[in-house]
Design a protein around this ligand. Structure first.
Ligand code: PLP
Length: 388
């Protein structure tokens, strides 16, 4: 018995899930077995060996597929494993066009893992779809879109870029980690596939590393399923269970992340030693109109530049008490970090400068604590930064 709904709040709790037929257990069991009994050679209940398929993982894959408006979900041991597996659909000589400020680890895979294998990437500012069109060649087989981007929170018009990619026969992939399906569903806007680091908002509790690919393209899904089984970087049963559990509260979590981030972004803009605040919901964001039309909320991530460069940024990061200085994002707890040194340390200095990732840039992931406590914590930390 599958619950059907057009509402993501209901799908997050029920999609792909039914009480366990053996025990009636209301929540999906964690099936740890690595192998499954066959009544005779090749006669089985749909499971043979757990790298190929596992009931807990399959349930997660169905649930996230439904949330992302896809028909196939594939869960991996990390977001990077999901991305690397997807890029193995390419061949030497193929070309990728990617957003210019993609997640640091995504840049590293494209530049240091795929390029030596003969798969070149051109990075462009996808804010203008014409840049994508201009960067595409006859060899371009894949577009890698990230929106909002990390850490500059630039937006890409998914529908416009997907149109450009599809017209030239390229597979269009969106890294939807920052927005989650609660805020935007790229497959409904023309993307072939969505990739997530489940480590972030989907799991939401900073206690799992995982990744997922969702697509509604049957042929692409078959190829991905082959690669998922062949390469073998699958999500474990326990991690799959944890993310399935996290997904159930994704809709209410995202509502609060967005509300608190909106409050803090507006407040930060009024602070003397804050040079600039980057948040898609602010009037000062050049793409606020696109954010309002493409997204159902402006997200839980804020970047801002503190006056005083590295010394001020370091003092600020050392002074926080509620925010925790750490990489990553999307958990219930608020995190704060310094992209130039931490998450984007692997991006060459010249490229960082071009993107605006300077020494005063700070990125925060707004958690679910009382927004007053978060504001007071930032106020104290900004005072410490001003004293440097
Ligand atoms: C974290 C992250 C990744 C990589 O995911 P892992 O689970 O850390 O491997 C990819 N894209 C974005 C936008 C991320 O934030």
């Amino acid at each position: 018995m599958a619950v059907e709904s057009e509402h993501l709040e209901t799908l997050a709790i029920h999609a792909g899930q039914a009480p366990d037929p053996v025990s009636g257990a209301v929540m999906t069991p964690i099936v740890l077995a690595s192998t499954f009994a066959q009544d005779g050679p090749g006669v089985h209940k749909g499971f043979e060996y757990a790298r190929t398929g596992n009931p807990t993982r399959n349930t997660l894959e169905r649930c996230i597929a439904a949330l992302e408006a896809g028909t196939h979900g594939l869960a991996f041991s990390s977001g990077c494993a999901a991305m690397t597996t997807l890029l193995h659909t390419l061949r030497p000589g193929d070309h990728v066009v990617a957003s210019d400020d993609v997640y640091g680890g995504s840049f590293r895979i494209l530049d240091k893992v795929m390029r030596p294998l003969g798969i070149e990437t051109t990075q462009v500012d996808m804010g203008d779809p014409a840049n994508v069109e201009a960067a595409m060649t006859d060899a371009t087989k894949l577009l890698w879109i990230e929106t909002p981007t990390n850490p500059m929170l630039k937006l890409v018009d998914i529908a416009a870029v997907a149109k450009v990619g599809r017209a030239r026969g390229a597979i269009v992939v969106v890294d939807n980690t920052f927005a989650t399906p609660m805020l935007q569903r790229p497959i409904t806007l023309g993307a072939h596939a969505v990739v997530h680091s489940m480590t972030k908002y989907l799991n939401g509790h900073s206690d799992v590393v995982g990744g997922v690919i969702v697509t509604n393209d049957d042929a692409f899904a078959e190829r991905l399923r082959f690669l998922q089984n062949s390469i073998g970087a699958v999500s474990s049963p326990f991690d799959s269970y944890m993310v399935l559990r996290g997904l159930k509260t994704l809709p209410v979590r995202m509502e609060r992340h967005c509300a608190s981030a909106g409050t803090l972004a507006a407040w930060l803009e009024g602070q003397d030693n804050v040079e600039k605040v980057i948040y898609p919901g602010l009037d000062s964001h050049p793409q606020k109109a696109l954010a309002a039309s493409q997204m159902n909320g402006f997200g839980g991530m804020i970047s801002f530049v503190v006056r005083g460069g590295l010394p001020a940024a370091s003092a600020l990061l050392a002074a926080v008490r509620v925010f925790c200085c750490a990489e990553s994002l999307g958990g219930v707890e608020s995190l704060i970090e310094h992209p130039a040194i931490m998450t984007h340390g692997s991006v060459p200095a010249a490229a960082r400068a071009e993107l605006g990732i300077d020494d005063g840039l700070i990125r925060i992931s707004v958690g679910l604590e009382a927004v007053d406590d978060l504001r007071d914590d930032l106020a104290n930390a900004l005072a410490a930064a001003a004293a440097t």
